[in-house]
Design a protein around this ligand. Structure first.
Ligand SMILES: NC(=O)c1ccc[n+]([C@@H]2O[C@H](COP(=O)([O-])OP(=O)(O)OC[C@H]3O[C@@H](n4cnc5c(N)ncnc54)[C@H](OP(=O)(O)O)[C@@H]3O)[C@@H](O)[C@H]2O)c1
Length: 255
């Protein structure tokens, strides 16, 4: 995939879950393309480190320490981005949590956490960002805006042991396609990215007994930069090209 240099100059991107993994790599990649980047997550120290490395490369980064499962904080992050960076052209809805294991006997708190972040957190950000994305598409430097929603292979195929995670990711897929049909005529492109196994902190939040099972299944993984590259490709396409969906697995991942 070839990406032209600095295609995003003059634009502003907000990345949720920018303190680690795919979000941190994506924020750096978009900054490399010239976007000013708002970094959203709960761990401020980690966001500061991501921001510092972007600034070292002469990029612009705004740290927004917040919990997007709180509607007010999610809306506040979008509003501060527009106030402090001037506009919003690109929203990367990346923050997510994956708590696996059997449905029978699962702690309800884990399901609540996944629905609150993967579904509601994403919706709060999408809702708050849409008026700004529509404005950017109408009067922005590129005359097009992007919302990229990070799903998963689990958003395509449900399997035993990933019931509620898969539910949240299937939901994101349905929402993304419906919204895409609604706004694509106004040049807001809505894209879905469905990664397979990627080496991040995601699995580490699971219960020890679930982690043991996961470890026995670990195979080849991708790097966060591999997914960031796909996201960057999507948002740097010319105005008349919309990449609607990307399913991306490590080559050795069979399922
Ligand atoms: N890694 C994989 O194999 C894989 C595969 C398929 C899909 N995905 C998806 O990729 C996305 C990114 O995950 P990752 O793999 O990069 O994992 P990660 O390193 O654990 O990143 C998750 C990010 O979400 C943030 N986050 C968690 N709770 C939050 C909250 N309440 N408010 C704001 N931010 C919050 C975390 O930051 P704080 O803790 O600082 O808040 C962190 O930056 C997720 O949607 C995940 O489902 C990953």
């Amino acid at each position: 995939m070839s990406v032209e240099e600095h295609v995003l100059e003059g634009t502003v991107a907000l990345v949720t879950g920018a303190s680690s993994g795919i979000g941190a790599a994506t924020a750096a990649a978009l900054a490399d393309q010239g976007a000013a980047v708002a970094l959203v997550a709960r761990r401020g120290d980690r966001l500061e480190a991501v921001a510092a490395s972007i600034k070292d490369q002469d990029g612009t980064a705004l740290v927004l320490e917040c919990d997007i499962t709180d509607e007010q904080q999610a809306v506040g992050a979008v509003e501060r981005t527009v106030t402090e960076l001037g506009r919003l052209d690109t929203l990367i809805n990346n923050a997510g949590v994956m708590l696996l294991g059997p449905v029978v006997g699962a702690p309800l708190a884990e399901w609540q956490q996944m629905v609150q972040l993967n579904v509601l957190g994403l919706l709060y950000c999408a809702h708050a960002a849409l008026p700004h994305l529509l404005r950017a598409a109408a009067d922005g430097p590129r005359q097009v805006a992007d919302m990229v929603n990070i799903s998963s292979v689990a958003g395509r195929v449900a399997r035993s042991g990933n019931g509620v995670y898969s539910l949240t990711k299937h939901g994101i897929g349905a929402f993304s396609e419906s919204l895409r049909q609604e706004v694509t005529g106004r040049y807001v492109r809505v894209s879905l990215v469905e990664p397979g196994a990627t080496d991040t902190e995601l699995a580490s939040h699971n219960r020890p007994e679930v982690l043991d099972i996961m470890r026995s299944q670990f195979g080849q993984t991708m790097e966060p930069d591999d997914i960031a590259g796909a996201i960057t490709y999507i948002v740097t396409r010319p105005r008349h090209v919309a990449i609607n969906e990307v399913l991306i697995r490590p080559t050795e991942q069979v399922r």
